[in-house]
Design a protein around this ligand. Structure first.
Ligand code: TXA
Ligand code: MG
Length: 325
């Protein structure tokens, strides 16, 4: 908890952003829009502030956070920056790509940010509100998605309040976010090799092909769905709406909330009637939030093609459908 039980919501204009900066400076928690989802930000150099993130989210302490920076120079203050890392971000930053690289021994960030691993996840976001905030403050921002741990990620200020009202200081309302699913995460290994840890808006296979004339090789010892041990947030159950979720539904039962894709009629929430995967990604979490809030006891989701950002959508849907134990 951040010591308060009132969460204020302000418009993300210059005044709101200045207020957010002051709260962050004094070690508080602010939900901030990014181009992917809303993040729950705290100053990454403060042990107390970072502890509040874990407490507000109920996040397991073994799950490290992404550090948001204003540019590569700032990234290099905390990460051992290298040519392979520079190449990976070159055409994408600022944007929805997170790179996992070795942590600098003199980084001086709160140890909980990296949860004891010797790497750090850094991302330079493109959303103008997050960028203005990072320009004003003189520290980087640790920011996981602004939801209770394991619950659906937020793409609007209302979604943030649905799970964190009373647990954080401020929400900067910048309207709905665009990309809709969290950043792609790539680990840059010592030999320069890339390993996909989480699919997202940036097609890592295509990006790798662009530079190296070949796609990404699948990490050894995994089924190709991601290195689950190293990205501990990538647990089987995540993004859970709190009721059963049925995937690849061709037909709907009367007690199911139907999330549609493509030319199907009478859906409860439509991802994209024209079959546009980017549009589907940006509507995904809102449809899951609506399904969670509906009277219907379970959710059914139409099949989504598994290419491009469709891979990220299916990754999130598999976790939303997995049993929570
Ligand atoms: O788009 C995004 O990335 C959003 C916005 C707010 O920036 N953030 C986000 O954070 O999705 P979060 O905490 O929900 O997911 C971060 C993921 C987790 O799966 C975590 O395990 C992984 O990043 N991660 C963080 N640091 C890591 C590290 N050093 N090595 C491997 N995985 C790491
Ligand atoms: Mg999350």
């Amino acid at each position: 908890m951040s010591g308060k039980n009132v969460t204020e919501v302000v418009l993300a204009d210059a005044k709101g952003i200045a207020k957010a900066a002051a709260i962050l400076e004094s070690g508080g928690l602010v939900a901030v829009p990014t181009e992917t989802v809303y993040g729950l930000a705290a100053r990454a150099d403060s042990t107390d502030a970072v502890a509040k993130i874990y407490a507000a989210k109920g996040r397991p302490s073994f799950n490290p956070l992404i550090v948001h920076v204003r540019d590569e120079q700032q990234a290099a203050q905390y990460a051992q920056w290298s040519t392979p890392a520079e190449i990976a971000v070159m055409t994408v930053w600022p944007g929805p790509l997170t790179v996992v690289v070795p942590l600098r021994p003199d980084a001086n960030l709160a140890p909980a940010v990296t949860a004891g691993v010797d790497t750090i996840a850094v991302r330079c976001p493109s959303h103008p509100v997050m960028r203005q905030l990072l320009d004003i403050v003189d520290f980087p921002l640790a920011a996981p998605s602004a939801n209770r741990s394991g619950f659906i990620s937020p793409t609007t200020a209302e979604h943030v309040l649905a799970s964190l009202d009373g647990r954080i200081d401020l929400v900067l309302d910048g309207g709905p976010t665009k990309a809709g699913v969290e950043s792609s995460i790539v680990a840059i290994r010592e030999n320069g090799q890339w390993e996909e840890l989480r699919p997202g808006p940036i097609d890592l296979d295509a990006l790798h092909r662009h530079y190296f004339d070949e796609g990404l090789s699948k990490p050894a010892g995994t089924d190709g769905k991601g290195a689950t041990i190293e990205a501990p947030g990538q647990l089987a159950s995540h993004y859970a709406p709190g009721k059963p979720v049925r995937l690849n539904a061709e037909k709907v039962a009367p007690d199911e909330f139907l999330i549609g894709f493509g030319p199907i009629v009478s859906v409860d929430c439509m991802l994209s009637s024209s079959g546009n995967l980017q549009e589907a990604a940006s509507n995904l979490y809102d449809c899951l939030h609506q399904g969670a809030a509906s009277d219907k006891p379970s959710i059914a989701i139409a099949p989504i093609p598994d290419d491009g950002i469709g891979r990220a959508i299916n990754d999130r849907l598999r976790r939303a459908a997995a049993p929570t134990d």
